[in-house]
Design a protein around this ligand. Structure first.
Ligand code: SF4
Ligand code: SF4
Ligand code: SF4
Length: 410
């Protein structure tokens, strides 16, 4: 019996017999099944976006060696990414070696050999879990995401780029899309402009998607006009936010998968976010809040930041009120405002608009301060550099805005 058959059998048995009471705290809420696996009702509240149900994980203690019958298979892949998410997996330090005790890593381009053809040769559903980080911005990203979806029981959007489009999706705000970006990068930046002037003055050379050479046809991926989040191109089972995620989050996820496969403990509900709380970041931020009115906006470097006071009370724009908790306020503890990389809380869809609303409520209004008028608020707002980029730094791809469009002239 292969792994996938055992996996299906265990799910079937589990669906018939709900998780034991003592296992419930480890399993997440009662839920719909993941893509190919029924999940038992663990008796906890169901949430679409999930929560952080586990204590801090210690992979060394929690993860058992592989049972007779074989290890599970894991794939880790990056699409349009910076590499930070891959490094965050290595942040498990020596415990990353523990993963090898229970899992064969069949693909992880940054760390192990494993080719596309090896993945293609696997049976559908042969990979237990694929962790995909990065956004989808070209045809190769989309092809690999679809291939891994086909071959995997579970797919996880790992990191903010995969979950929301992340910073790559800020490219959606360039009106001319991919062609404008490629033109700028390959002909307008100082280094590329000098290169083109020196070597290709007659006709600038820019990347082509296909070129004939004596040996055959060479191809490059097609760059898309609109950068997408992972679940805008494939079905996604779980989400781990963060730019990059905290290493505890991946420990929680792997523990949940291993607990399920080896011990029959219910998986978190499909669609759950792993490593988040049910509240906003302000609830876990230790800074003291006075909810002072904002009369002037500062960058952190412009003021001597008080280490105790809420940053908003000091005039520094912080997206904590609109951002879901879970990162343990790592930026605000270090004196930097939250930029919202964990995305919105469960109650909010439009992260940027929510942050803007929270901040707007802190501006003086006429009722409170008769000396303040609308023009003054406009003047304060004007001091926010790049408001769209500030409030939507990570979530343009999943926002209602999604991209800039150029209207045809009548
Ligand atoms: S989420 Fe952040 S760390 Fe991860 S790939 Fe995107 S930019 Fe890099
Ligand atoms: S606004 Fe920012 S600094 Fe203030 S309490 Fe919330 S997270 Fe902390
Ligand atoms: S404080 Fe905000 S920006 Fe910093 S890691 Fe947490 S969610 Fe991300």
């Amino acid at each position: 019996m292969g792994f996938f058959d055992r996996f299906k059998k265990k799910n079937k048995a589990q669906a018939a017999e709900p998780a034991k009471a003592e296992e419930a705290p480890k399993a997440a809420a009662a839920a719909p099944a993941p893509a190919k696996a029924a999940v038992a009702n663990a008796g906890q509240p169901t949430t679409k976006t999930g929560f952080n149900p586990y204590p801090a994980a210690d992979l060394g203690e929690l993860l058992p060696p592989a049972p007779a019958g074989g290890k599970i298979k894991i794939a880790i892949y990056w699409t349009a990414a910076c590499g930070g998410c891959d490094v965050s997996i290595l942040d498990t330090n020596e415990r990353v070696l523990t993963i090898a005790q229970f899992a064969d890593i069949v693909m992880w381009p940054v760390a192990v050999d494993g080719k596309e053809k090896d993945i293609e040769a696997l049976d559908d559903g042969a990979i237990t879990v694929s962790l995909i980080n990065g956004a989808i911005r070209n045809s190769e990203n989309e092809h690999m995401a679809k291939l891994l979806r086909k071959k995997s029981v579970l797919v996880v959007a790992y990191g903010t780029c995969a979950m929301f489009g992340g910073t790559p999706s800020l490219a959606n705000l360039v009106p001319g899309g991919a062609s404008e970006i490629l033109d700028y990068v390959y002909t307008k930046t100082p280094t590329s402009a000098n290169f083109q002037k020196d070597y290709h003055a007659d006709k600038p050379v820019v990347p082509q998607t296909e070129i004939q050479v004596p040996e055959g046809t060479l191809t490059l991926p097609v760059v898309y006009d609109t950068v997408k989040a992972l679940d805008q191109v494939i079905d996604v089972d779980y989400y781990i936010p963060g730019c990059p995620p905290q290493q505890e989050s991946i420990s929680h996820l792997l523990k949940a998968v291993v607990d399920f496969v080896y011990n029959g403990v219910a998986l978190p509900p499909k669609g759950a976010e792993i490593g988040v709380t049910e509240k906003c970041l302000c609830d876990e931020c230790p800074r003291k809040k006075e909810y002072a009115r904002i009369t002037k906006i500062y960058e952190p470097y412009q003021v001597n930041v008080d280490p105790e006071k809420c940053l908003m009370d000091q005039g520094i724009l912080c997206l904590g009120p609109a951002t879901v908790g879970g990162c343990n306020a790592r930026c605000t503890k270090a004196g930097q405002p939250c930029r919202g990389c964990y995305g919105p809380t469960q109650l909010v869809q439009e992260h940027g608009a929510s942050a803007l609303t929270a901040i707007a409520s802190l501006f003086p209004v006429l009722d409170d301060d008769p000396t303040c008028d609308e023009q003054q608020i406009i003047e304060i707002m004007k001091t926010i550099k790049d408001p769209l980029g500030y409030f939507y730094a990570y979530t343009v791809g999943k926002s209602l805005i999604q991209r800039t469009v150029v209207e045809e002239k009548a």
